[in-house]
Design a protein around this ligand. Structure first.
Ligand SMILES: Nc1nc2c(ncn2[C@@H]2O[C@H](COP(=O)(O)OP(=O)(O)OP(=O)(O)O)[C@@H](O)[C@H]2O)c(=O)[nH]1
Length: 202
């Protein structure tokens, strides 16, 4: 039987400062949770290799700074993303209302030509916190209205749905993109693809 190709996918986390983007990435990649994280400045990334439906992929997860003052440091890194995880906190209605702005900012700076078919996955984080400001139905309705799905309620703290959400992000990419053009075998260079925005942290 032929070995599945190894492929590199860039998945980017966007959302307001403090909604838990760094915590979700750390939970998924290192299975750790820290209650005293500093705000991200610019972007950081971690790689995680996983097998989804028999296909081995390396997911490069990009965690971005949610605070407005870091906008110019994060936006240059949107290009080349294969999937965008729009993240809000279930105990912060403003972070939910801001999802539309995040989506718009991503489409603009990533230069997405066909937003309707681009994979956006929505994460309502901190489901472990009792006091909700956003209901599941409100979030699902927003996803339906904005062509972003599926929707996951996650907790970086207790790991609820974290692996499921990242794995679904990979499935969305595999399902929606043209395999020949978008999946880059890690031992080759794809000359047809726009260059990624670099692999350094800032
Ligand atoms: N209860 C709970 N707290 C969480 C969860 N995820 C993150 N936190 C806490 O929320 C705070 C902010 O988390 P971060 O991961 O730094 O948030 P961020 O979205 O990366 O923030 P920026 O770097 O400013 O964009 C930290 O104190 C985390 O411990 C969660 O699922 N549940």
């Amino acid at each position: 039987m032929a070995q599945p190709k190894s492929s590199l996918l860039k998945v980017i986390l966007l959302g307001d400062g403090g909604v838990g983007k760094s915590s979700l990435m750390n939970r998924y990649v290192t299975n750790k949770f820290d209650t005293h994280l500093f705000h991200t400045i610019g972007v950081e990334f971690l790689n995680k290799e996983l097998e989804v439906d028999g296909r081995v992929v390396t997911m490069q997860i990009w965690d971005t700074a949610g605070q407005e003052r870091f906008r110019s440091l994060r936006t240059p890194f949107y290009r080349g993303s294969d999937c965008c995880l729009l993240t809000f906190s279930l105990d912060d209605s403003q972070s939910f209302l801001n999802l539309a702005n995040w989506k718009k900012e991503f489409i603009y700076y990533a230069d997405v030509k066909e937003p309707d078919s681009f994979p956006f996955v929505v994460l309502g984080n901190k489901v472990d916190v009792g006091e909700r400001q956003v209901t599941s139905e409100e979030a699902r309705q927003w996803c339906r209205d904005n062509g972003a799905h599926p929707y996951y309620e996650t907790s970086a703290k207790d790991a609820t749905n974290v692996a499921a959400a990242f794995e679904e992000a990979v499935r969305r990419v595999l399902a929606t993109e043209d395999r020949a053009d978008h999946l880059i075998p890690t031992d080759t260079v794809n000359l047809h693809r726009k260059p990624r925005s670099g692999t350094t942290c800032c």
